[in-house]
Ligand binder design. Sequence first.
Ligand SMILES: [Zn+2]
Ligand SMILES: [Zn+2]
Length: 335
Amino acid sequence: MEFFGLFFDSIISLFSDFINPKKRVFIGYLLLSIGLAFVWLMLARKLSSHSASRKIFDLNIFWSASAKADYKIFILNRAFTFFLSPLLLSQIAIATSLYFALHSQSYIHQGQFSDVHKAAIVGLFSVTMFLVDDFSKYILHRWMHKIPALWAIHKVHHSAETLTPITVYRVHPLEGVLYASRSALAQGSVMACFIFLFGNQVDLYTVVGVNVLVFFFHITGSNLRHSHISIRYWPWLEHILISPAQHQVHHSIAKEHYDKNFGVALAVWDWCFGSLHLSEKNSDLKFGLLQEENSSSSDLITLYIKPVLEVFNIAKKYFIDFFHYAFLKLNLKKE
Ligand SMILES: [Zn+2]
Ligand SMILES: [Zn+2]
């Protein structure tokens, strides 16, 4: 009986992201994205409402082999999350350890700024949380592209040849673990510092339980980043916020688009660290992996197992090189 209860719970949790406003694929954000896509296609691309709807709900995109693989990975990864999440470091554990560690330093005392007006504390906390979270995503995403072992894992996301809102879930479970740890570390640290400095007045400005800035990111079409609707912003705005078209540039296999636009919500990090690429008018982007990566596949075994084998081979090579180097050093010393 308990087994059936557990099974039923897992089925509900499988689709829980669609009714959770904290998640990008929340049904409300998806509907808003469809609305935005309509407005964009009719006003900027001058399409009729009929052509716009045919373009938005293009079955060649939503029923492609790549999209079907996205849907399967979505379901499989939910199962992985179900079993892995109890093992992950929690935000509260990090916040609590850092909070107590802060007591051992003597520069700033606990509650140093607790007399600051509550509205200012809540405003500062909401902005800091958003900035630190977004910046940590930028850093980790950049590492995923630059470090060979991490790229082996991140390639699963880039192997998508068509983009749909579900492509955001097309990630290897190991990438899921890395991003969950990043989130716990970034958000837990901000929480600990704020509670230490400002006391129990710390809170977030929220809409439907979501940080107001994250909510703004989602209602302005965060789902269209993984789509075939290339909404562009003005060039000055693409220096501040990543437009859907800019994330599509990130997925493009063209050489000039390689290692560009790592940002999630803000483009300022890319602008500061030299990886910004503005979107281009009428560009016909091809998504996926280069032929030499030899990983462009919608086969699930390849998508799940191959990255692990690649990481293992990279680690093996490092170990062999390290022991070879240590052995040479030891021999030189003897001589
Ligand atoms: Zn990437
Ligand atoms: Zn992406």
